[in-house]
Ligand binder design. Structure first.
Ligand code: PA5
Length: 424
């Protein structure tokens, strides 16, 4: 399902040097003996997930069928990025199932909130608010505004259209949801936000958006089986983790996550959060950034080719994206484009990938790792998230940082709360 190609980055030879440290970190991940081990619930989640809650999610989706055309997902960071990444990767940017999923609660932008309110006023709406802590300011502000919208629009029925995903017992959101009579779903104690997309955090919005969540869980289970392998020479997740470490040590301080489809832009955002929040601490870590080619070859591509050599590229290449178009012939050929007549756009995109790989790695001296994912199905998504969780856990343990906390995020909050006049 996933293949990591290190040929262009010329890193294969060095993998074996890390064999012993990878084995140790593998055991720390699986036996919960490493840093932040209270948050390793995601490791066996594909087997241990709550089947009863999973059934409730499917029931809810079936019960609401035909009663909505808009899903509002209210959350920030790990409480929305995974769901958005999945929906865009699997359904595309303009899905034809008649359901629009809109993400709120991830910004203070007053113009955005105002426009969403206007956009949905005549829609049939369901709302899923998601917050592990239950107190995140961006989410709480939006939730109050959209809760009132729902109550004005639906009266008593609003409580049957609002669902809360939060801690199983604690927190303001849990208390509010119980008091209002909303159906609630649980974010497990031992799974942090950015590792939570295959819990109710992602599964409920995905199910409501028409995605087959059973397939997603099967994909994660397959990854759990196949990637439970301590050998860096055979485990692609660990090959990627070690490649990052080698490049970091060699002085490459930034990593571009490159995709070739606009509908994968949110995968890049999800990946940036996963690696940025997990690794960037104690004055360590690789800066995670991203670009979508060929679009961004016309912007940042110049820098990648000829700018300072501090970054490497990780190309996330999905081998088979089924929707395709054959380029039409034109008798007059006024645009001189007939040399491509009859070719598929997927082939053109593939040639852009191969040409850029060669330009950046061979002539630009820019190490390129290529991660091939078979396709953009729900199963493949489920497999891929587990691959990146594992790679991220490994890369952080090799760097000796705790992958599961984010102490730095609190600093802006404290300063903002003081300015907002919140009692803290
Ligand atoms: O990965 C994380 O833990 C964070 O990005 C959180 O998901 C984010 O801060 C939102 O937190 P909460 O779910 O408590 O509202």
């Amino acid at each position: 399902m996933i293949r990591v190609d290190l040929e262009n980055a010329k890193l294969n030879e060095q993998l074996a040097d890390y064999a012993e440290s990878v084995k140790k970190a593998h055991r720390d991940l699986h036996e919960r003996t490493g840093k932040g081990s209270d948050f390793l619930g995601w490791v066996d989640w594909p087997i241990n997930y709550d089947k009863e809650e999973f059934r409730r999610i499917i029931e809810l989706k079936d019960r609401m069928k035909g009663r909505y055309d808009t899903v509002l997902v209210c959350g920030i960071g790990g409480s929305y990025l995974g769901a958005r990444a999945a929906i865009e990767m699997i359904n595309g940017l303009y899905p034809d199932n008649g359901i629009e999923t809109i993400f709120i609660g991830n910004t203070f932008s007053h113009t955005y909130v105002s426009q969403v309110l206007n956009h949905i006023k005549d829609r049939e709406v369901v709302l899923n608010v998601i917050s592990k802590s239950g107190t995140t300011t961006e989410t709480s502000i939006s939730f109050r505004i959209f809760k009132q919208f729902m109550e004005e629009k639906y009266g008593d029925e609003a409580k049957d259209r609002i669902f809360a995903t939060t801690d199983k017992a604690r927190g303001t959101l849990k208390q509010l949801a119980d008091r209002m009579g909303y159906e609630t779903f649980v974010i497990p104690d031992d799974i942090g936000g950015r590792y939570s997309v295959s819990t109710a955090v992602g599964l409920l919005p995905l199910a409501l958006s028409g995605i087959d969540i059973e397939e997603l869980m099967k994909g994660s289970l397959k990854a759990h089986e196949e990637l439970n392998d301590e050998n860096v020479l055979t485990n692609p997740a660990y090959q990627y983790a070690v490649a990052r470490r080698i490049l970091d040590k060699a002085g490459y301080s930034a990593e571009y996550f490159i995709t070739y489809h606009l509908q994968l832009n949110m995968i890049a955002e999800w990946w940036k959060q996963l690696f940025g929040e997990s690794e960037g601490k104690d004055g360590k870590g690789i800066l995670p950034t991203s670009a979508c080619f060929s679009t961004d070859l016309h912007s940042i591509g110049q820098f990648n080719q000829e700018g300072t050599k501090t970054e490497f590229e990780t190309v996330f290449y999905v081998d088979d994206m089924p929707l395709d178009i054959v380029f039409p012939d034109d008798e007059e050929n006024l645009d001189n484009m007939n040399y491509l007549s009859g070719k598929k756009l997927s082939w053109v995109n593939e040639m852009a990938f191969e040409g850029t790989l060669s330009a950046h790695s061979e002539e630009g001296n820019n190490p390129n790792i290529v991660i091939h994912l078979e396709n953009n199905s729900a199963f493949a998504f489920g497999y891929m998230i587990y691959f990146f969780f594992l790679a991220c856990g490994m890369t952080c343990y090799l760097l000796d940082v705790n992958p599961f906390n984010q102490p730095g995020v609190e600093v802006y909050k404290k300063k903002m709360f003081r300015l907002l006049g919140k009692n803290v």
